[in-house]
Structure formats: structure tokens, C-alpha cells
Design a protein around this ligand. Sequence first.
Ligand SMILES: Cc1ncc(C[n+]2csc(CCOP(=O)(O)OP(=O)(O)O)c2C)c(N)n1
Ligand code: SF4
Length: 288
Amino acid sequence: MPRTPKDYTSTEGKPNWCPGCGDFGIEAAMKQAMAQLDLDPDKVMLITGIGCGANMPSWFSTYGLITLHGRAVAVATGAHLANHELSTFVEGGDGDGYGIGMGHFIHAMRRNPNLTYIVGNNTVYGLTKGQVSPTSAKGCAGPSTPFGNPDPPVNPIALALANHCSFVARGYAGNLPHLVNLIKEAHNHKGFSFIDVLQPCVTYDKVHGYKYYQDLTYDLQQSNHDTTNQEAAFKKAFEPPEKYPIGIFYKEERPIYVEELPQFKKGPLTRHDISKIDVKPLFEEYSF
Ligand SMILES: Cc1ncc(C[n+]2csc(CCOP(=O)(O)OP(=O)(O)O)c2C)c(N)n1
Ligand code: SF4
């Protein structure tokens, strides 16, 4: 029987997001993509940070872990090293990934672990009630910036392109079929695949709503964009806020993290025979 989104859905409660939140679109797209990829739920791991979107594992029946704010990518890299035979998805908000977690994000892109990283970019800190985030527009007012945000926004796509990310894409939470395909492509890419997802926060951001993105998004793959041309991808990365290209900006094939490390020649750590390893000498060396 073909798998369905229900196969990945927890029986323990329903999402508590505000009605209309873009996180519903991301959740639905992830589950549809997993079903269409025919992934065994027991072979899927979903790791997140802290935030509205980062509550995602609560609504999934796969393996899941809600870590600390900004630490999802670091924990997922460790999990990937322990067992790179699982399909590992990482998810969280723009505050989580481009603020406190920015360092982990950049170093993961350099290392190229086989992870699919989905960022719900709603341009605010939703969970903590709408403060400006790293992707908030300069000048916008919020609870933490009543006189206007003094900082220009991070450009996540340009950031990824400049830091060796081997799969760089943008999706939109209001365009489900497109986002489902993007997540499938990202999962099938060998290496670190990153999708920045335009995600309306209907409660705290009254500018970037569904109508706004509906009018301004267009499909990169319908516009003769060459996904092997990094220079062209950079140009596209700077189109917002006039236009928001969605789709794959850039992808390249290169060895993944475990292929660069000789320790993994024998397969994932979980398959290594540790029965004959004697740790006593180690303890003796360090017990002084
Ligand atoms: C170390 C640490 N600092 C701050 C917080 C408070 N905090 C929780 S979620 C969050 C921001 C959430 O924004 P974002 O990551 O964009 O996700 P969203 O809620 O918008 O989905 C903050 C600052 C925390 N939990 N831990
Ligand atoms: S505060 Fe915003 S991001 Fe959080 S659940 Fe509500 S609409 Fe979604």
C-alpha cells in the first residue's frame, strides 16, 4: 500500500500553531514528501531547535528530537555521524538558524553532511511574541524595536551560496506542490541541502502574508535558470524584496562529510563492533 502523510503523523495531539500559520504548510509538505519518497518512518529522524516551527517533531511519528535554541544543525550533524543511514531532516525558524544558530549553519555547509535543512523564514521571532529576527527588514517596527529595526536583514540564500552549500533552494509555505517537490529533491541530493521557506506568521507579521508572497514569488525552474551557475544564483539571491524566486538556486556534487573521514570506511558508527574495545586504559590515563 502506498504510504500517506498519516504514516508520519503522531497520534499524540495536534499542532498548536495559530490558525493560518505557514508552519501548517511546511508540516504538510514534509509529510507529503516523506510519503512520496516512500520513506520508512523508522528510518527517518527529525531534529529541530526551539521556536513555533521547531515544535514540529511533536506532530511527527518518526524519530525526533527538539534540541536547544539554535543547536539543531549541530545535534543533527552528530546524529548523522552516528548513523548516516537514516534520512535526517533538520527544521526550525529564521531566529533559530540565522541568529543564535548561524555558526553551526555555516560550518555544516562547509562539511556537507547528508542532511536536509528546512528553515521556516517568517522574518520574526514568533514563539517569543514577534520581536525582530535576523531576516526582518530594516526599519520595521516590532515589540523589541518600537522605533524601527536599525539592522539590514541577513540574506540566507547568498549566505549559503558563499559558504559551500551543495544544495541551495527557497520554497514558499503557501505553494504546497512546489514545496513538496523541493523537499523531495533536497532529500535525494547527496550532501547538505538547504531550503529557506517563506512562511507567513499571520499573528506578528502583517506585511509578509499569503497575498504578498502569492504576488511576488515565481518559479526559478520555469525561468531558464541554470542550477550549476553560481554567479547566476547569486544574482537571483538579491532579487527580494521586489521579487522572490522559489526553487533550486544552485546544486553541486561533492563528497559528503562521512566520505571525508577515514573512521567511517567501515560504515556508520552504529554498525561498528565495539565489543572488543577495552576503554580501561583510557580511564586509567585520565584518572589522576
Ligand atoms: C538560548 C535561548 N535563547 C533564547 C531563547 C528564547 N527563544 C525561544 S524561541 C526564540 C525565537 C524563535 O524565533 P524563530 O527561530 O524565528 O522561530 P519561530 O518561533 O518564528 O518559528 C527565542 C529567542 C531560548 N529558548 N533559548
Ligand atoms: S506566532 Fe506566528 S509563527 Fe508562531 S504559530 Fe502563530 S502564526 Fe505561526
